[in-house]
Every structure is written in structure tokens, then in C-alpha cells.
Design a binder for this molecule. Structure first.
Ligand SMILES: NC(=O)c1ccc[n+]([C@@H]2O[C@H](COP(=O)([O-])OP(=O)(O)OC[C@H]3O[C@@H](n4cnc5c(N)ncnc54)[C@H](O)[C@@H]3O)[C@@H](O)[C@H]2O)c1
Length: 250
């Protein structure tokens, strides 16, 4: 029989405690929903208010709570983890997108992009991975981007930040093996507030979706995060898994 719904529900993560950053919106919110649907108790952390997402999860009979965090701020991240950790699963989805030609990118935009996407990943990893090693178990999933694999004109600050996240993941996979598995998840274009897909010119929209003719739903990215967090992914570490609808052959 043809499958029409995503296999994200189930009990594969019962007993797990998961942190999702950037959980107020988009891919992070979808990851929080999907991890909770799979049985995890989820801490939703964001600089924006993630309470509505947490309330929707709880209304569905699963466990979740919202907490403020600014992933660029070490004391904010430390407070979050001290008050809500330790975690068996971390999905770092907090991120910002910068689209600007090189000559028009000012240093403040570059710094902000690197701060949230790279420094944020570094701080969340530093605050959560050592406890995973102590507990001899854990999964860390860093959201990067398909664009880190391809590059893109006018996105150099963003692409550099996301390529650097892949560097962190490769090092951390080595540093925290064998009990902690660390992977990068690099989505292709996904229907979230970050990507104003409808506003893109037709040629760019077509270039975004060469094989499947559509962008991803956040739930399709979250399904990969749940897989990487779950019992089926015990031999995957240091990898960049890119659900991109065939836009990149890696
Ligand atoms: N949407 C796409 O097409 C796409 C493609 C590839 C990768 N990504 C990546 O996926 C991740 C999620 O993006 P999205 O599309 O869901 O975007 P989104 O804008 O819907 O969500 C990003 C979330 O990150 C939060 N955030 C931003 N700065 C923060 C900070 N300093 N501290 C804590 N939270 C912060 C925002 O408040 C927001 O809720 C990002 O890392 C993004 O780069 C998105």
C-alpha cells in the first residue's frame, strides 16, 4: 500500500530528554513536534517565544516545555542547560539567513550570521556534549544547509557559517566517539518563515527544486532528525545527511 503519511509517530524515543533550539518556528518547531510524537520529553528553546509550539505538543498528549535562550550568549545557554538538562538528544536548529552580495555585506551582518549559526552551534555543543559523554550515550544533530555543500552566489556569510558547522560536527564526532553520535542535517529549501519561497523569482524557484518540483515541508526534515536521534541510526556519526529532494548528489 502506498504510504501517505510520515512515519514520525511511535515510541522509539520514550524515556529520552531532547533539547531543540530554534523551536519556536519552522524546522525546529517541526523537530520538537516529531521528537515528542516519538516519545521524547522535549525542551523547546528559542530567543522567540516557543510557548505556543510547546502548548500544542502538550495538547496532543506529549511532553514539552518552552524556555528562552539566546544561543549566541554563553550564560544564556549555560542557564538553559543547567535548568533543563542533561539531554540524550540535541537538535540545534536556531539560525539566521543572510542574502547579500559580497560588496553589500557589512561586517555587522557577517558577524551576526556567524554568531547565531556558528558560535551558537559551538556554545550549544559545548554545553551539552560533555554530559552525553559522561552518560555514555547521546545524539547531537546540528542543522546546517544544503547550501554548505554547493555554495551560492550572494550567500557567502550564510554558506560559510553552515560549512563551518559541518567542520564542528566532524571534529565532535571524533572527540565524543564512541558513545555519542554527532551528525549534521543539511536541508534543502524548506517551507518556513526563513525562506520566502513565494517571493523568489521563477528561475530561482525552479533551480531550488530540480527533481521533485517542490520545496520540503518542515515535517520532512524533522523525520530525518528523528531517524538520526533514534534506534535506527546507531552506525551513523560525523556525517552530513542532506534531505534536499535531489538538488545535490553527495
Ligand atoms: N528553511 C530553509 O529552507 C532552510 C534550508 C536549509 C537550512 N535551514 C536551517 O534550518 C534552521 C531552521 O531554520 P527555519 O527555516 O526553521 O527558520 P525559522 O526562521 O523559521 O526558524 C529559526 C528559529 O531560530 C530562532 N533563532 C534565531 N536566532 C536565535 C538565537 N540567537 N537564539 C535562539 N534562537 C534563535 C528564531 O527565533 C527562529 O524561531 C536554520 O539553522 C536554517 O539555517 C533552513
Amino acid at each position: 500500500m502506498r504510504q501517505t503519511s510520515l512515519p514520525v509517530a511511535g515510541d522509539g524515543l520514550i524515556g529520552e530528554r531532547a533539547l531543540v533550539t530554534g523551536a519556536a518556528s519552522g524546522i525546529g518547531a517541526a523537530c520538537a513536534h516529531a521528537l515528542a510524537a516519538a516519545g521524547a520529553e522535549v525542551v523547546l528553546a528559542d530567543v522567540a517565544d516557543a510557548t505556543p509550539v510547546a502548548e500544542a505538543i502538550v495538547a496532543g498528549g506529549r511532553q514539552a516545555g518552552a524556555h528562552p535562550v539566546d544561543v549566541t550568549d554563553p550564560s544564556s545557554v549555560a542557564t538553559l542547560v543547567a535548568e533543563t538538562g542533561p539531554f540524550g538528544i540535541v537538535v540545534n536548529s536556531a539560525g539566521v539567513l543572510t542574502e547579500r552580495a559580497l560588496e553589500d555585506t557589512d561586517l555587522a551582518q557577517f558577524d551576526r550570521t556567524i554568531d547565531v549559526n556558528l558560535r551558537g552551534t559551538f556554545l550549544v555543543g559545548q554545553a551539552t556534549l560533555p554530559a552525553m559523554r559522561t552518560n555514555r550515550r547521546g545524539r547531537f544533530i546540528a542543522i546546517t544547509s544544503e547550501l554548505a555543500l554547493t555554495g551560492r552566489a550572494r550567500y557567502s556569510a550564510y554558506v560559510a557559517s553552515k560549512a563551518a558547522v559541518i567542520g564542528l560536527v566532524r571534529c565532535w564526532a571524533l572527540e565524543f566517539a564512541p558513545h555519542v553520535l554527532v551528525n549534521a542535517l543539511g536541508p534543502g529549501p524548506t517551507d518556513t518563515p526563513m525562506l520566502d519561497y513565494e517571493a523568489l523569482p521563477d528561475d530561482m524557484r525552479a533551480a531550488e527544486t530540480p527533481l521533485l518540483g517542490r520545496i520540503a515541508r518542515p515535517e520532512e526534515i524533522a523525520a530525518v532528525a528523528v531517524f538520526l536521534a533514534g534506534p535506527g541510526a546507531t552506525f551513523i556519526t560525523g556525517q552530513t545527511i542532506s534531505p534536499n529532494g535531489g538538488a545535490v548528489f553527495a
